[in-house]
Design a protein around this ligand. Structure first.
Ligand code: DAH
Length: 294
């Protein structure tokens, strides 16, 4: 009898206790969430002091160079660091007996074969990617190829066995050295944010004919002559030229119909100029005081 009257009362109390328990629980959860949201708020526009990491000067210059070439209609292409002997040398008109091979001290990965398609090297330059890109995608082509290269060199203040290059290739109908001049002058002027002029000197590279050495006007003295440019007013910058007919033929391109220019420059050198770095070894030293400047 008692059970019949007390039971529903107890049930009511139970329900109301549960209800207030749930209510309190939700309140606590909401306030915990609010607190979390409030304390975790990051003002992305605020200029916080930098506590860790910065972008390496080489990466900065590479990114900027890529942006500039992209704005001129170039595609950015990257190839592997281990390359066949054929693409690194033979296809570029540098056969095994050619004295030009001695210009590039090579790290061989595999050199047991007579067949240059089977031997592999650490690429000694980025020029091999002219071959890759033309064989893969044909012509017309307008491409810039940044990449790490390797040579078995003695290391000093301006040489390292590992270095970074940017290769450029433009092949189409009616391309001439005037296009090369315009492209490079624009690229350098954009990069250094001022008018830069360039000059051509005759040079020799087996994969171009005619071959050129390209200099740019010294940024320190504006061409008047100073220590940096050894009083010449010019800074040696890169190799370039008109793509050799043999190279075009090796990639299945008809040199009667198409012509093009190619160039290759050192990114390391450019970064050193841009940031006034006088010893190449600093770039790979991992010194915090050096890196923190960028
Ligand atoms: N591959 C050359 C080097 O590493 C640089 C170079 C010279 C690239 C002339 C070119 C070129 O495309 O036309 O020394």
């Amino acid at each position: 009898m008692k059970k019949k009257t007390i039971g529903p009362e107890v049930q009511k109390v139970r329900e109301s206790l549960f209800a207030s328990f749930e209510e309190k629980k939700k309140e606590l959860e909401d306030s915990a969430l609010d607190e979390k949201l409030n304390s975790g708020w990051i003002d992305v526009t605020k200029n916080y002091p930098r506590t860790h990491g910065s972008i390496h000067p080489l990466s900065r210059v590479q990114k900027r160079v890529e942006e500039i070439f992209t704005s001129m209609g170039f595609e950015i292409y990257e190839g592997p660091e281990v390359e066949t002997e054929w693409r690194n040398f033979d296809a570029l008109n540098i056969p095994s007996t050619h004295p030009a091979r001695d210009m590039q001290d090579t790290f061989f990965i595999n050199s047991k074969n007579d067949d240059p398609h089977k031997n592999t090297v650490l690429r000694t330059h980025t020029s091999n990617n002219q071959i890759r890109r033309m064989m893969e995608g044909g012509v017309p082509v307008r491409v810039a190829v940044p990449g790490r290269c390797y040579r078995n060199e003695a290391i000093d203040a301006s040489h390292d066995a590992i270095f970074y290059q940017v290769e450029g290739l433009m092949v189409d109908k009616g391309i001439s050295l005037a296009h090369l001049k315009g492209t490079i002058q624009t690229m350098l002027s954009e990069l250094f944010e001022r008018e830069v002029t360039i000059r051509f000197r005759p040079g020799y590279f087996p994969f171009v004919e005619p071959g050129l050495e390209v200099d740019f006007s010294c940024l320190i003295c504006n061409g008047k002559g100073c220590k940096t440019c050894k009083n010449s007013g010019w800074i040696e910058f890169m190799g370039a030229g008109m793509v050799h007919p043999n190279v075009l033929r090796n990639c299945g391109v008809d040199p009667e119909e198409y012509s093009g220019f190619a160039f290759g420059f050192g990114l390391t050198r450019l970064a050193m100029m841009k940031y006034g770095i006088d010893d190449i070894r600093l770039l790979f030293s991992q010194k915090k005081e050096f890196l923190a400047q960028f």
